[in-house]
Design a protein. Structure first.
Length: 286
């Protein structure tokens, strides 16, 4: 078994450690086996039963197709690539995830990246965690902020401006950070192995103090959003499968808690220091 610890969530993967150790994004999250049971187990080289009927949901992220079925014994997903198909089956609460991927597959690196991302996101949903499409930063004082919005709106640009103008700031993740409501009620941002086009794979965390919904504008302005609008923006930025009602409800519950406890702003902005002064000022005052 190979063990990963992401967002204080432990995954056991039935593969040679060299498989994940050779990939730069997983290497920072490798950990030693723990005495306690892992939070999620991922099993390779398993036979996955055929699925009858058409999928309940289909998605097309980044050049591949995800076909999703909900059955009595759990979730089935076919990840269709231009050169092959990877199949997986997850039981209730995603404690055990089986895949027919083999370490000798030509697509194994891509397959493992996708399988582990799904296993992590939906098993952690039952422990107050979500993956949020955002760019996020942290400060040496332990505080952090996330910038959300549709692709191309300026999330990464604003993070880079923080790195330029805010002392002690650092990039935690530039695409899919994890946010967890911890058992003690605190809410943290965590780095993950999935950071889009930016190679930022850090086993790092920061207390989430504010979320900024990015809007391009001619003038810089910061507006606190009401709970309904804030929830809607956060929901659009969150990875989830609506056909899996159990995990969907857990994720919605987590988002509701985040909206209740973390201020969410609309940041109308130009890509300049004045916009950073607004967002950093809001984080500094909390």
């Amino acid at each position: 078994m190979t063990f990963l610890k992401i967002a204080e969530w432990t995954m056991a993967v039935s593969c040679n450690p060299a498989l994940l150790g050779q990939t730069v994004n997983f290497r920072p999250f490798l950990c030693e086996a723990t005495e306690g049971e892992a939070d999620c187990h991922v099993w390779l080289d398993r036979e996955i039963a055929p699925v009858e009927g058409g999928p309940l949901q289909e998605a097309r992220p980044d050049g591949r197709v995800l076909r999703i079925w909900k059955k009595e014994d759990g979730i089935y997903i076919h990840i269709v690539y231009p050169d092959g198909v990877c199949r997986l089956h997850a039981d209730a609460e995603w404690k055990n995830v089986e895949t027919d991927a083999r370490e000798t597959d030509s697509l194994i690196v891509q397959e493992m990246n996708d399988v582990l991302m799904l296993a992590f996101a939906y098993s952690m949903a039952y422990a107050g965690g979500v993956l949020i499409h955002s760019s996020c930063v942290g400060l040496d004082n332990g505080r952090g902020a996330a910038f959300i919005g549709h692709s191309g709106i300026g999330k990464s640009t604003h993070s880079r401006l923080w790195l330029r103008y805010v002392p002690t700031s650092r990039l935690i993740n530039d695409d899919q950070p994890a946010v967890r409501v911890m058992p003690d009620g605190r809410i943290f941002l965590f780095g993950t192995p999935w950071s889009g086009k930016t190679p930022c794979y850090r086993d790092d965390r920061a207390a989430l103090k504010a979320i900024f919904c990015m809007r391009q504008a001619e003038e810089n302005r910061l507006v606190r959003m009401d709970a309904v609008k804030a929830f809607g923006e956060l929901l659009k930025s969150t990875s989830m499968m609506r056909c899996d009602l159990d995990s969907y409800r857990k994720i919605v519950q987590t988002l509701s808690t985040i909206v209740e406890r973390v201020p969410i702003y609309r940041l109308e902005n130009r890509p300049e220091k004045e916009a950073v002064d607004l967002s950093y000022g809001a984080v500094r005052e909390i």
